[in-house]
Design a protein. Structure first.
Length: 335
């Protein structure tokens, strides 16, 4: 987990403005207090100011007064955000009255803050579903240029130091898109490679996983991965991407020498892209539970600005770590 410490230190040296729309949720406000105490990021809490103050007193939080607090029922930019939302959603028939109601919703406010440049990243999900977090983000922030699909990656800190970067691998998609098409899978591969660059500073070696390696099996499922690999290489010709390949060929040099000789990725992969969400989600949980890996995520990818979704079972530590990750995504995006 030394790498996670590096991610935290990098965030501290270039503080980003992170908005937490669940500002009156217990774990969120406790994490905000720790973030502010450590100087990890500038924090914007959305919630009733009196309630936030009361929670700070209740939990003996000494640093919440360092946060910017936005009251969703009464804030200076409500009219501007309402007009922006109408403009963004006018093709869908959005009215001023509808937009005015939505701009009292903390999740909509947070996305409008990112769209307006008033915040650099958003983290939510401690008390909201993934659908509730993503809906305003997709309506307002939208996906990054050239990207049509959102995906979720996990940093997998494994016990096997011989693989990836000292045991660190990035898995995707494990959280969002159930059955990506070949073009979508190609986009997931490229965005996951960029996530590795942003968080780890390593050149990605992206393995497009299948039950076949370089034509060893024939099936329409294999064909999709082959097509996705070709498309990904065209999307990011500067990135090392290869497939289709089995997981052992992606990770183990001796297997790679036999199954995929000459590949720049096989036997050296640090990014594993799964053909479907079903495979990715099962795989990361097996590696976590049976292999004793530390899984950090999901880290949402493909958005035009950093938005990350928490598990509703998250801990204060999870929110703290995700703040560091979101800050690093924001730093990379600005570059």
């Amino acid at each position: 987990m030394d790498l996670l410490k590096q991610i935290i230190e990098r965030a501290k040296t270039n503080k980003q403005r992170i908005v937490l729309p669940e500002g009156t949720e217990e774990r969120t406000i406790k994490a905000a207090d720790r973030i502010l105490a450590d100087g990890l990021a500038e924090i914007i809490l959305i919630g009733n100011p009196s309630e936030i103050k009361g929670l700070a007193e209740k939990f003996d939080l000494k640093n919440i007064d360092k946060a910017s607090i936005l009251d969703p029922e009464n804030y200076d930019k409500k009219e501007a955000y309402t007009n922006l939302l109408v403009e963004l959603r006018k093709s869908k028939g959005m009215t001023v009255e509808q937009a005015s109601k939505l701009t009292s919703d903390p999740l909509y406010i947070a996305s409008l803050m990112l769209k307006s440049g008033d915040a650099d990243g958003e983290i939510a999900g401690a008390q909201n579903t993934t659908g509730n977090v993503l809906r305003p983000a997709l309506q307002i922030i939208k996906t990054a240029p050239g990207i049509s699909v959102v995906s979720g990656a996990f940093l997998m800190f494994t016990q096997t130091k011989q693989y990836g970067k000292d045991g660190l691998l990035l898995f995707a998609d494990c959280a969002v898109t159930p059955n990506p098409t070949a073009p979508q899978l190609a986009e997931i591969a490229v965005t996951t490679g960029k996530t590795l660059q942003a968080l780890v500073g390593e050149e990605p070696r992206v393995a497009m996983l299948s039950f076949s390696t370089k034509g060893s099996a024939k099936d329409v499922l294999v064909d999709k991965v082959v097509e996705a690999t070709d498309l990904a290489k065209k999307l990011a010709p500067e990135m090392q991407i290869d497939g289709e390949m089995q997981a052992d060929a992606a990770l183990v040099a001796s297997v790679a020498a036999s199954k995929a000789p000459g590949s720049e990725v096989a036997g050296k992969a640090n990014v594993l892209v799964f053909p479907t969400l079903e495979v990715g989600n099962i795989s990361y949980k097996l590696v976590q539970r049976l292999g004793g890996a530390e899984a950090v995520g999901p880290i949402l990818q493909g958005m035009a600005a950093p938005v990350n979704d928490l598990s509703r079972g998250c801990s204060v530590e999870d929110i703290y770590n995700m703040t560091a990750i979101t800050a690093n995504q924001a730093i990379a995006a600005k570059k």
